[in-house]
Design a protein around this ligand. Structure first.
Ligand SMILES: [Zn+2]
Ligand SMILES: [Zn+2]
Length: 313
């Protein structure tokens, strides 16, 4: 598995015990962030750095007895910030970020196209001034242009640095999870509400799936509730915004029809347009960079399979 490493700038809110001991060198493991992230078996995971267990004030409990102005001993959070960091680590671990995006950072987002530069700047502005209920972003673009990197970069920052509750999910996985919940006899309150009410929801690969009426009903319900409650919603999709919108190399009539509006229905689409700033990203497919196709200009099919030419862009 991937090695644990530091992923995000140190949180600002909890004051570090090291501020009180300026001569202490920074922790070599977490650089004083207080946490590390790693690729877990199912999701990206964060852990509290073990240097906090050695805190001389709270001895790794996060709380200490403090004498207030009236001379009473009260239990208070330790200035090392452990209690707060532990809470944020839990938020990160519940966010559902895919394992390989555990170290996504906006600063590491590689720009090859002006639309990628514009998207990165927009996400940096969100990162620097995010308030609950702020407008989200809808990212349109082909695979491999960094849509998931941008979403997970902000999701990691929101949970670990700002303590905001975020839920990231890819659309097919979310639909499958909701279906499983209903199949198990769980009610809407257990199945839909946690997704509909989370302060920040990020849906990747929106529209992907069978596109059944049931799926449309589920996404309609989630988006409607979030719209009415004024909650921040982000999404990314490989589909086009509108039918007939030819951004690059359209191959078939079917693709012309495969717009997000057609996949989700007019009502959901109309709400998403109000809830999100819509942005198109283009650029080379980063996932293809290391493949034979990129090296030779040809797609190498495994033996016995017919080679598939790369999709025109
Ligand atoms: Zn550390
Ligand atoms: Zn402490």
């Amino acid at each position: 598995m991937n090695q644990t490493r530091d992923a995000h700038p140190p949180p600002r809110a909890p004051s570090s015990s090291r501020e009180a001991e300026p001569d202490t060198p920074p922790c070599p493991r977490c650089h004083d962030a207080g946490f590390l992230t790693r690729a877990g078996p199912r999701h990206a995971e964060a852990v509290v750095c073990r240097h906090l267990a050695n805190c001389r004030v709270c001895r790794g409990t996060g709380r200490h007895v403090h004498r207030d102005s009236a001379g009473h001993d009260v239990l208070a959070p330790c200035p090392c910030g452990l209690a707060e960091i532990a809470a944020r680590v839990q938020l990160y671990n519940r966010a559902g970020i895919p394992p390989r995006f555990h170290d996504s950072r906006l600063s590491a987002f590689r720009v090859h196209h002006r639309s990628q530069a514009a998207a990165r700047s927009h996400f940096e502005r969100i990162r620097n001034g995010f308030q609950a209920g702020a407008k989200g972003v809808g990212l349109f673009g082909p695979p491999g242009v960094g849509k998931t990197h941008l979403l997970t970069g902000v999701a990691g920052w929101m949970t670990l640095t700002r303590g905001v509750e975020v839920r990231y999910a890819d659309f097919s996985g979310l639909i499958a999870e909701i279906k499983r919940g209903f199949d198990q006899g769980l009610g809407e309150a257990r199945v839909i509400e946690p997704v509909a009410r989370v302060p920040v929801l990020m849906i990747d690969e929106l529209g992907k799936g069978r596109g059944s009426d049931w799926e449309r009903g589920v996404i309609d319900q989630i988006v409607s509730q979030r719209y009415n409650a004024g909650l921040s919603t982000f999404f990314a999709t490989n589909y086009r915004a509108n039918p007939g919108q030819a951004t690059r190399g359209l191959a078939s009539e079917l693709e012309l029809e495969e717009s997000l509006r057609a996949r989700l229905g007019v009502r959901v689409w109309s709400r998403l347009q109000e809830m999100c700033t819509l942005m198109e990203i283009d650029g080379p497919d980063a996932r293809a960079e290391h493949t034979d196709r990129a090296a030779t200009g040809r797609h190498q099919a495994p033996r016995g399979l017919r080679p598939v030419p790369p999709r025109p862009r």
